[in-house]
Design a protein around this ligand. Structure first.
Ligand code: HPA
Length: 267
């Protein structure tokens, strides 16, 4: 199925060879709206599912950004939507087959670290997988990676340093922290957030880890950026809502766009 999907896409994009992959998270999808390029809806690609979350588009965009050829996912597949975990990471394997070497993953996340504010960006230094599933379970495809892949540097250190430097240059707050992934779709309880804080997490979300894990397994350089859209449960008395998540992401989108653009230029 991976080869079928790759061949389908290759026919559409002809000699366009993407080197950078970008996944746009909740509320951050506009980044690709004004780019000139080729668009392919997930629904027409063999092996792809269709994304159902509000604030997510559901298409691949092939475009040049700052002179770099990129494949951009406007919307992703979440485990909580009910897809098998292999479907969540399927696009990453296709990206690998298309020649992608660097993957930039973005998401919306809640802050576990009490020093963070809504609207901050956080570069992911490492993750804790609490989704209850590993996307590599099942038969191993040795053309992609090892059976027991090393995960000691999922997030590329050089890219981590680069994004922090660019943040400084652009006057954008870029924190560095550990992202904990929960399955969702319910938000966490205050007790769960306390647990995550004790474990060493700075932010929490419902995505990114499956994709980052598989990209690292495939030998890609990975950078993860969380947009801190809200304080996690129990930090403030207010209730959590998806509307708040999308609203904060909307507010941050211009600085996020600037950071992403300069990142792509420098990568
Ligand atoms: N928890 C989990 N996922 C999230 C959150 C949160 O507080 N905010 C945005 N995505």
């Amino acid at each position: 199925m991976i080869n079928e999907s790759t061949n389908y896409i290759k026919k559409k994009i002809k000699d366009f060879e993407p080197e950078i992959g970008i996944i746009l998270g909740s509320g951050l999808g506009d980044f690709a709206d004004n780019l000139e390029g080729i668009r392919i809806k997930y629904s027409e690609i063999p092996g792809f599912e269709t994304s159902t979350v509000t604030g997510h588009r559901g298409q691949l965009v092939f475009a040049e950004v700052e002179g770099k050829k990129a494949i951009i996912m406007q919307g992703r597949f979440h485990y909580y939507e009910g897809y098998h975990i292999s479907k969540v990471v399927f696009p990453i394997k296709v990206m690998k087959k298309l020649g992608v070497k660097t993957l930039i993953i973005t998401n919306a996340a809640g802050s576990v670290n009490k020093g963070y504010n809504a609207g901050d960006l956080m570069a992911i230094s490492d993750h804790i997988n609490l989704m209850g599933v590993n996307p590599l379970i099942g038969e191993n495809d040795a053309t992609l990676g090892d059976r027991f892949p090393d995960m000691s540097e999922v997030y590329n250190k050089k890219m981590l340093e680069l994004v922090q430097k660019l943040g400084k240059d652009l006057n954008i707050v870029v924190r560095k922290g550990v992202y904990a992934a929960m399955s969702g779709p319910s938000y966490e309880t205050p007790a769960e957030i306390n647990m995550l804080r004790i474990m060493g997490a700075d932010a929490v979300g419902m995505s990114t880890v499956p994709e980052a894990l598989v990209a690292n397994y495939c030998g890609m350089n990975v950078l993860g950026i969380s947009c801190i859209t809200n304080s996690a449960a129990g930090v403030h008395p207010s209730r959590l809502s998806h509307a708040e998540v999308v609203e904060t992401a909307e507010k941050v989108k211009n600085s996020f766009k600037m950071l992403l653009t300069s990142l792509i230029k420098e990568v």
